[in-house]
Every structure is written in structure tokens, then in C-alpha cells.
Design a protein around this ligand. Structure first.
Ligand SMILES: NC(=O)c1ccc[n+]([C@@H]2O[C@H](COP(=O)([O-])OP(=O)(O)OC[C@H]3O[C@@H](n4cnc5c(N)ncnc54)[C@H](O)[C@@H]3O)[C@@H](O)[C@H]2O)c1
Ligand SMILES: *[C@@H]1O[C@H](CO)[C@@H](O)[C@H](O)[C@H]1NC(C)=O
Length: 411
């Protein structure tokens, strides 16, 4: 089995240059390892989070279309579903917008990156960072005199709380407090609009849900953290004179939506021929949601920003009382989940495989239904999209985004 002698000799002769070669490769790998953190490996979009180039991007994104228009908004959770739509709408009408998002992997991060591309095309720069990073948040306020903060970053989803409870505390409690801290110290203080949730109504049975109803029986940790947020908002308004508006969104859906929500994964599973579970309440009662189309929610968010009073504090001190508001943003027409599936079947031209299951009591409530008369009066909020129309737009986006052929009739 011995190899011929000359092979060894040839190998020996080349070993010095080989050693140099492999050393260089090795050095190169070390350099690569240190200069590319794990989160940047898949992303060429990453920009250093400091330095003149980065500051220029932030300032440019924050610039308003006309100098007289002084609205500059920091949007947290900007690469999220609602954050993307709100940021684009603000930029489109001429406001200055800077986004921040940590691009966490709660759901497919590539969808967040695709939304970031869309935002970039619209002229919105998204800073990659966590709302808990006080230094970074403070830096943004040094660079830009934000007039408003649209705070949408959060850990969403109700069932995931049993898997990862601390992520809810991290983003929805600690993160919210940090946002308020940075805002109260800013000069001038911005007005804040933030996303609470219809889930604060918890186990309430009286419908429609109105802002004055009790919100002290949350059915999930998610709901409890949103409720806590509303109380924390009260405190910051009271002590520091921050103008704060909480928006209780009701099941928002639409293009660029969240893959963890039923309408989204039902679409995916129906197309794959996978059986979908349809939850039922006690005695086979149906589960219903007040599905609200994203464009209507965006209008409500802009209405809240436009009617927000100024914060009154300076230098971290309250100078007078400031506005504190809470609004329902829903559609006022709850639809049973079975009807949602019927609409999807027609739009997808596929019969769904369904199985009816009793709803697990681990977070979801049986129904939601918004009373929106307060938002109508104060924000001029008036939803105009029914579920059929909205889902049609969602399905059309879905087919495009995942490059799927559009049903049998289209071929
Ligand atoms: N979509 C709905 O039906 C609905 C209903 C009620 C309330 N809400 C609330 O509306 C807001 C927006 O929801 P969405 O549906 O767009 O969710 P989303 O998950 O798509 O968007 C949230 C974004 O925030 C980012 N984020 C999370 N934690 C962060 C942190 N610590 N630092 C920086 N970024 C962070 C995420 O990466 C994500 O891109 C959330 O506050 C959510 O709780 C949504
Ligand atoms: C909706 O809320 C308003 C107060 O904002 C109240 O006056 C009205 O009666 C409520 N409507 C219903 C149907 O409960």
C-alpha cells in the first residue's frame, strides 16, 4: 500500500509555499469571522450603526418634503407589518420618517427584510437596533428633533407567550418604558402614539367593546403586557407631561401581513392541501373576529398623530397637563372564522380540508367586536374595507410575493 517515493519528495518541495498559502486562507477566515457578526451574514444591507455615513442616512430619512412641514416621526417596529404601511404613508404625504427595528426571528425575518427594501424605495431608512438600547435611541434624538413617535415595536402573538414569556416582558414592558424614558428626556418632547391591543378586553362578554369597559381580565400574557403598557402610559403622562395615545387594534390583516396570523397561514395551508383547524367555542359556537384592513388602520394611526396634543415637559420635567387618550381601531363587523375560510376558498379556488376543534384556553378569546364611535368622533376614523375586499388584496399580494400561479382559471 506504500505510495511511490517521488510523490513524497514532490510534496516536500512544495510544502513551504503550501504553508504560506494555507496560512493566508486561515488568516482570511479569521478576518471574515471578526468582521461579520452572525446577524449580518445574510444581509448586505447592514450599515455601521454610527459614523458620518450612518448619520447622513438617518438625517436624510428624517427630512420633510417641504421645510415648512415640521412633522418628523420615529417609527418603532418599522419593518413590521403595520410599521411598514404606516411609515410609507407618512413618507408619501411628505413627513420625515426614521424607522427602528431589531429584525427578530419571531417570524420569517426575510419578510421583514423584504419590507425593509420596500421602505428603502420609499425613502425610509430603518435603523437596525433594539428599542431597549438607550444609547442608540438617545443618539437618534440627538440627530433628529422628532415631533412624534409612532411606537409599534412589540412582541405580538398570544400563544407564543407560553413558549417565550420573557420576550413579551423585554419588548412590551421594558422596551416601552425605555421608549417613554427617551421621549421624556428629549427636548422638545415628542407626542407618542403607540399600539395597544383589543386583547385588553380579555374575557369581557359585553359587546361591542368600548373604551370605558373594564380591561382587568386579560386571557394571555400578551394582553397583560399591553394592559400594563396602558397603565405605564398613564404614569409617564402624569409625571412628565408626555402626550400619549394608545390604539387598540382589532385583528389587522392585509398585504405584507404577519405569517403567524390565521388568515395568513390558512392561505398557505389551504394551498398546500394541509388540513386547517377551525376552533369552536362551547356548544359549537363560532369564534369570530373584528377583522380590520391595514389601510383603515393606517388612516386611524395618521388620524391619531395629527390630532395628538403636544407634550408639555422639558428637561425631563412636567410643565403642565398633557393629553392621554385610548381608542379602539376596529371594523365593527365581526366575522366567524368559518366565513373567513369560505372567502379564502373562493379566492384561492381550492377547497380547504377542515377539522373543527374546541378552542384551547391558552390565550385566544372567543370573539372581538369594536365600538369605534370615539375614534370616529376624535380621529375622523371610518373603516371602509370589508373582509371580502381586503382578503382579495391580501391573496393577490400573497400570490405575487411567493410567485405562485394565480389559480386554475388564470392558466
Ligand atoms: N396585527 C394585529 O392584528 C395587531 C393587533 C393588535 C395589536 N397589534 C400591535 O400592533 C403593533 C404592530 O404589530 P404588527 O402586526 O405590525 O407586528 P410585527 O411583529 O409585524 O411588527 C413588530 C415589529 O417590531 C419589531 N420589534 C419587536 N421587538 C422589538 C424590539 N425590542 N426592538 C426593536 N424592534 C422590535 C419586530 O421585529 C417587528 O418587525 C404591535 O405593537 C402589536 O402588538 C397588532
Ligand atoms: C359606543 O360607545 C359610545 C361612547 O364612546 C356610547 O355612547 C355608545 O352607546 C356605544 N355604542 C354601543 C352600541 O354600545
Amino acid at each position: 500500500m506504500d505510495k511511490p517515493v517521488y510523490v513524497h519528495r514532490v510534496r516536500y518541495n512544495f510544502s513551504i509555499s503550501k504553508l504560506v498559502f494555507w496560512s493566508l486562507i486561515f488568516l482570511g477566515l479569521i478576518v471574515l469571522f471578526f468582521f461579520r457578526s452572525p446577524s449580518s451574514i445574510s444581509s448586505s444591507r447592514r450599515v455601521l450603526q454610527s459614523g458620518p455615513d450612518w448619520e447622513k442616512l438617518v438625517r436624510k430619512s428624517a427630512s420633510t418634503r417641504s421645510p415648512s412641514r415640521g412633522v418628523r416621526v420615529l417609527v418603532t417596529g418599522a419593518a413590521g407589518f403595520v410599521g411598514t404601511h404606516v411609515s410609507i404613508a407618512l413618507k408619501r404625504r411628505g413627513d420625515g420618517v426614521v424607522g427602528i427595528d431589531n429584525f427578530n426571528k419571531y417570524y420569517d425575518a426575510s419578510l421583514k427584510r423584504a419590507r425593509q427594501d420596500l421602505l428603502k424605495e420609499s425613502g425610509v431608512f430603518v435603523v437596525e437596533g433594539d428599542i431597549n438600547n438607550a444609547v442608540l435611541m438617545g443618539k437618534l434624538f440627538e440627530l433628529v428633533r422628532f415631533t412624534h413617535v409612532m411606537h409599534l415595536a412589540a412582541q405580538a402573538g398570544v400563544r407564543y407567550a407560553m413558549e417565550n414569556p420573557s420576550s413579551y416582558v423585554h419588548s412590551n414592558i421594558a422596551g416601552l418604558v425605555n421608549v417613554f424614558e427617551v421621549c421624556k428626556s428629549a427636548n422638545p418632547q415628542p407626542a407618542i402614539v403607540w399600539a395597544s391591543s383589543s386583547s385588553v378586553y380579555g374575557l369581557n362578554r359585553k359587546v361591542p367593546f368600548s373604551e370605558k369597559d373594564r380591561t382587568d381580565q386579560p386571557a394571555s400574557l400578551y394582553a397583560a403586557t399591553k394592559k400594563a403598557g396602558e397603565e405605564i402610559a398613564h404614569t409617564y403622562n402624569h409625571i412628565y407631561g408626555l402626550s400619549i395615545t394608545g390604539l387598540r387594534f382589532f385583528t389587522v390583516y392585509g398585504p405584507w401581513g404577519r405569517p403567524d396570523m390565521a388568515y395568513f397561514f390558512f392561505t398557505k395551508d389551504i394551498l398546500k392541501g394541509k388540513t386547517i383547524p377551525i376552533f369552536e367555542g362551547p356548544k359549537h359556537s363560532s369564534v369570530a373576529r373584528d377583522f380590520t384592513y391595514i389601510d383603515d388602520i393606517v388612516k386611524g394611526c395618521l388620524g391619531a398623530l395629527d390630532t395628538a396634543g403636544k407634550s408639555t415637559g422639558t428637561g425631563g420635567k412636567k410643565k403642565g397637563s398633557a393629553q392621554l387618550r385610548v381608542f379602539n381601531l376596529g371594523n365593527t363587523s365581526p366575522v366567524p372564522v368559518s366565513k373567513l375560510v369560505n372567502i379564502l376558498e373562493k379566492l384561492l379556488k381550492v377547497k380547504a380540508k377542515k377539522v373543527k376543534l374546541p378552542m384551547p384556553t391558552n390565550g385566544d378569546v372567543l370573539f372581538t367586536h369594536a365600538n369605534i364611535s370615539l375614534a370616529k368622533r376624535e380621529l375622523g376614523y371610518k373603516p371602509t374595507t370589508d373582509l371580502q375586499t381586503g382578503l382579495k388584496k391580501f391573496v393577490s399580494w400573497y400570490m405575487d410575493y411567493y410567485s405562485l400561479p394565480r389559480g386554475k382559471s388564470a392558466r
